[in-house]
Design a protein around this ligand. Structure first.
Ligand code: FAD
Length: 563
């Protein structure tokens, strides 16, 4: 049985950064991913990464913008750590080979991003995630003597010992269908978000909430799950993302009257207000009949305001996306977009070292909630979050491993998971297909748990999610084989997504106010007296249990948020 000091589930930016840090701290490391690491969803990150590296900038300003962007729900101690460590982290990336864009003077160039008081987003054209992910992958190869890779292995469960400590995982080799137990002194979850619980979403098919659900199932609390980010610029046709970098470079938003409507909603920051504000403004324009397109469900993003040469140089991916997926040359005409599900601010509750309340279990990246994004994440702060807290989790777990002996092996969970998989594969046709349930889940979340929410819609969503959970018990799949059986993995992922969706709906019902990404039309005001607190969701036998935890405030008292 494989046994390591630190076992990392996920090989996106958070996982690879954690692996590098743990290996450099002397730990034996295993890194597991259900897809090849460079196909992890981080590869899609486009616009850039924030850091106060300009000499006229200051990390305090970055931190304040982040706190304000979070609608004062972010924990300020964690935000201070992220923003103060950002410049060193970005320079580290530069030194290990990330080819950040440079200006005419040869300095690292910075672009404008939403909610930021100055230009502080470092970027590699609009392929920043891909550039960083490949460099980390290469760097990790240097540690081949202490880092074992389990590529295309799918984790099915976390394993606990009799005292509740996390001591490993059960996993399935996607290529062969073989199950294996992995022992570890520490497990770091770096499994990414849960965007596929929505339809459409900007997130890849693999982003199915696995880490969140696996942690939740063994008793780890989830925090801020009601905070789901709708990105202002996703393609009407299919939800694909047009990076905020476009607006950072000067693209504008127009309604059917050709009006730059953001003047009404955020006169100072206009299109570069925070994402929750811009998405709500767009949705309001659409609902009030000023949308564009045949059914009025879109908004125009006009990139022709950006010099063509600059667009072709710094936004080349979205030029291709426009052509390939909407048939639009964005250098010559506006493209139709609308708000679409993009990111979850919530996740597994951790401290600033990535530790969860379950001993031996860490989480970092989109799977985790530290909480640096609170009610709304600023664009280009997620890559930063993955790297800062990935590194800290890797270092902390490596240090903790030094004082521990390897936990004894136990195949009990492996046996249970093997039986679960066999039972899915052997189900007779009769119930619904897994894919149908997934579609209904996504449509439901997108209808009722979106930019605008209310009690009635959320209650309906909760009823539907509970029914869908029951239907998964008889849901059937086509593939009965063992080699690359993505069908059976899809059935397991559906269960993970339903856990995430239920936690989101329950938390959204609970929070009776409007803050950040949660806008309740039945409670349209922010209410700091009652709701300046985190909502924590834990699994208990009867369903999700709600508790609260305080928001950490250090330097910035809550104030009215204006852009
Ligand atoms: C289109 C797009 C553009 C974006 N652009 C930006 C940007 O410019 N700047 C920014 O800051 N943020 C951006 N974001 C957000 C950011 O990319 C993500 O939040 C971030 O990359 C998540 O990284 P991660 O390491 O947490 O997870 P991921 O990169 O999603 O990696 C998750 C890993 O977990 C593995 N995994 C999951 N489940 C299992 C399992 N059961 N068993 C084994 N392995 C598993 C996966 O294989 C994968 O390796 C963007 C997001 C999208 C969708």
């Amino acid at each position: 049985m494989p046994a390591h000091d630190v076992l990392i589930i996920g090989a996106g930016l958070a996982g690879q950064r954690a692996a590098l840090a743990a290996a450099q701290a002397g730990a034996t490391v295993a890194i597991m991913s259900k897809v090849h690491p460079v196909r992890s969803h981080s590869v899609a990150a486009a616009g850039g990464i924030n850091a106060a590296i300009n000499i006229s900038d200051d990390w305090h300003s970055h931190a304040y913008d982040t706190v304000k962007g979070s609608d004062f729900l972010g924990d300020q101690d964690a935000i201070e750590i992220m923003c103060s460590e950002a410049p060193t982290e970005v320079m580290h990336l530069e030194h290990i080979g990330v080819t950040f864009h440079r200006n005419a003077k040869g300095e690292l160039d910075l672009r404008a991003f939403g909610g930021a008081s100055m230009k502080r987003t470092a970027y590699v054209a609009d392929i920043t995630g891909q550039a960083i992910l490949h460099v980390l992958y290469e760097q990790l190869l240097k540690h081949h003597d202490t880092v074992d890779r389990f590529e295309e292995w799918f984790t099915t469960s976390l394993i606990q010992d009799a005292d509740g400590r996390c001591v490993g995982v059960a996993a399935r080799d996607v290529r062969s269908g073989r199950m294996e137990t992995f022992a570890a002194k520490n497990v770091i979850l770096a499994c990414g978000g849960a965007g596929q619980a929505y339809r459409p979403t900007t997130n890849a098919l693999i982003v199915t909430g696995d880490g969140i659900a696996m942690a939740y199932r063994i008793g780890a609390p989830l925090m801020d799950m009601e905070m789901v980010q709708y990105h202002p610029t996703t393609l009407v046709e299919n939800g694909l993302l047009i990076t905020e970098g476009a607006r950072g470079e000067g693209a504008t938003l127009l309604n059917c009257d050709g009006e730059r409507f953001m003047e009404k909603y955020a006169p100072n920051k206009m299109e570069l207000a925070s994402r929750d504000v811009v998405s709500r403004a767009e949705q309001t324009e659409i609902l009030e009949g000023r949308g564009v397109g045949a059914d009025g469900s879109g908004i125009y993003l006009d990139v022709t305001t950006v010099p063509r040469k600059r667009t072709l140089e710094a936004l080349r991916e979205i030029v291709n996306i426009g052509k390939d997926f909407a048939g639009v040359d964005i250098t010559r005409e506006p493209i139709m977009i609308r708000p679409g599900q993009h990111y979850i601010m919530g996740g597994v509750k951790t401290d600033a070292n990535g530790a969860t309340p379950i001993e031996g279990l860490y989480a970092a990246g989109e799977v985790a909630c530290v909480s640096v994004h609170g009610g709304n994440r600023l664009g280009a702060n997620s890559l930063l979050d993955t790297l800062i807290f990935g590194r800290r989790a890797g270092e902390h777990a490596a240090e903790r491993a030094k004082g521990l002996s390897m936990p004894p092996s136990d195949d009990e969970q492996l046996r249970r998971d093997s039986e679960m998989i066999d039972s899915i594969i052997s189900r007779e046709r009769g119930g619904r297909r897994v894919s149908e349930i997934k579609e209904e889940l996504g449509d439901t979340m997108n209808q009722y748990v979106a930019v605008y929410r209310d009690h009635e819609g959320l209650t309906k969503a909760h009823e539907i999610v509970r029914r869908l959970r029951e239907e998964t018990d008889t849901a059937w799949i086509d593939d009965r084989g063992t080699v690359f059986n993505q069908d059976v993995l899809g059935a397991i992922e559906l269960g993970y997504m339903i856990d995430c969706a239920e936690a989101t709906v329950v938390a959204a019902l609970e929070r009776q106010e409007s803050r950040g990404a949660q806008f309740r039309t039945d409670f349209p005001e922010r209410n700091d007296d009652e709701w300046l607190k985190h909502i924590d969701i834990s699994a208990n036998g009867a369903g999700p249990e709600v508790t609260y935890s305080p928001v950490t405030i250090t330097q910035w008292q809550p104030e009215e948020r204006k852009y």
